[in-house]
Write a protein of this length. Structure first.
Length: 226
């Protein structure tokens, strides 16, 4: 299963409006080459087909060109910037297409087509990983790669690192996860401690990284092996 950059997906979600307004652009913009990286991703309740794109030029010049092409096609087009990515989005009937780029050996980025998701997406509980009490989920990215489910969840919690470590070690053990490991890493430059928790169960693997910042920040990754 390919790992998507969470920051880039968060940027895409940041631009998504609450409602969808005619059909979206269906092709990769001219001048860009595309490689599919996810066809069954679900990001914060939206189904997404995502392509990694690259090509010559600069992000601003490519986005200017694409913006004009999409406007000429009659789409509702919006420009923006999210988490360091320059973006252009075309809103259509029941869909949203977003191109986000950075300057990297020409331009590099992602083209995502989003539609409302029907059915149940993967969740931590469904994959056997409980969430701590009072946790606030900021982003949830689910994927399905030939039957291998994956999930990345970012959240925050008022609990301390020690409390969260005890919670996950106890709860994962109760859910039948084994090979439980927990250890702290301290950044010598600033003294900030991070807590890592790992466990396995059958084909599944869960990895948690936690650190103190406005409470405790948590990144949870759950994946299935072949």
């Amino acid at each position: 299963m390919k790992t998507l950059q969470l920051s880039s997906l968060a940027g895409l979600c940041f631009l998504m409006p609450p409602a969808f307004a005619q059909a979206c652009p269906g092709q990769v913009p001219p001048g860009l080459t595309a490689v599919p990286v996810a066809s069954k991703a679900v990001v914060n309740g939206l189904s997404m087909a995502i392509n990694q794109v690259q090509g010559p030029g600069t992000a601003s010049s490519v986005l200017d060109r694409v913006e004009q092409q999409w406007k000429q096609g009659g789409f509702d087009v919006r420009r923006g910037n999210a988490m360091g990515w320059d973006t252009v989005s075309a809103l259509g009937k029941g869909c949203l297409v977003t191109l986000q780029l950075v300057n990297r050996n020409g331009v590099f980025g992602y083209l995502a087509r989003s539609t409302p998701h029907s059915g149940a997406a993967a969740s931590p509980a469904a994959m056997g990983v409980p969430l701590p009490p009072d946790a606030r989920v900021a982003s949830s990215v689910a994927s399905d790669d030939d039957g291998r489910k994956g999930l990345v969840v970012t959240m925050s919690s008022p609990l301390t690192l020690d409390q969260l470590g005890e919670f996950f070690m106890r709860q994962l053990g109760d859910q039948g996860w084994n090979g439980l490991r927990s250890h702290q890493i301290v950044n010598p430059a600033n003294g900030v401690a991070s807590l890592l928790v790992n466990a396995r169960r059958g084909r599944g693997q869960v990895e948690l990284m936690m650190w103190r910042e406005g409470g405790t920040q948590i990144v949870m990754t759950i994946s299935e092996a072949l």
